[in-house]
Design a protein. Structure first.
Length: 186
């Protein structure tokens, strides 16, 4: 049984959950965008065709994007970089851009790139930081004060009241930290 290579490759690219785009290496103009590209950029994939690749990124990153595109064009092996894109709605997303060697078709050099949305990774890092740093401090303070209260029978009543007040302050701060973590997960 012989597989039609063109149909096989098209089904892989069209069915990919990663955005895949092909641009002319010389001009940077996008020649192809798969359906996942439309999802990533929040537009019809056909709207991406004919657009210069640098227009897909925030203006403040333009010089870096042009340099990275040139590096991809001349790379002799697989290469990955992180960058930001701008969706049609103006939303900024962090993506991992991967590219293999360029290829030639009808005497025109092209570069293919695979875009993976990694903006959720930044959100997870923020949540992880909040859990490991913001939550830990008041929790450690509560544990230390509680231990002091449990292990010291000789504390005067006013000292016990002061420590109880400190526990309340730390618990209130801990509650705020937990609310922040919950807010970031939504």
């Amino acid at each position: 049984m012989q597989v039609n290579t063109d149909m096989f490759l098209r089904s892989l690219v069209e069915g990919s959950t990663d955005a895949i785009m092909v641009a002319e290496a010389k001009t940077g103009i996008i020649a192809y965008a798969n359906p996942a590209s439309g999802s990533l950029f929040e537009c019809d994939p056909a709207e991406l065709i004919g657009v210069h690749q640098s227009k897909l990124h925030p203006p403040e990153e333009l010089l870096d994007i042009i340099r990275k595109f040139q590096e991809f064009t001349f790379a002799e092996k697989f290469k990955e970089v992180t960058a930001h894109i701008l969706t049609k709605k103006g939303k900024k997303k962090r993506v991992l851009i991967s590219s293999a060697n360029s290829f030639v078709n009808n005497d025109v050099k092209y570069l293919s790139a695979y875009f993976k949305d990694i903006s959720h990774v930044e959100k997870l890092q923020e949540i992880s930081y909040a859990q490991s740093h913001l939550v830990r401090r008041p929790l450690c303070n509560i544990l230390a004060i509680s231990k002091m209260l449990c292990e010291n029978d000789f504390l005067e009543e006013n000292m016990v009241v002061d420590l109880a007040k400190k526990i309340f302050v730390e618990a209130t701060e801990l509650d705020q930290c937990i609310k922040l973590v919950v807010e970031k997960t939504n």
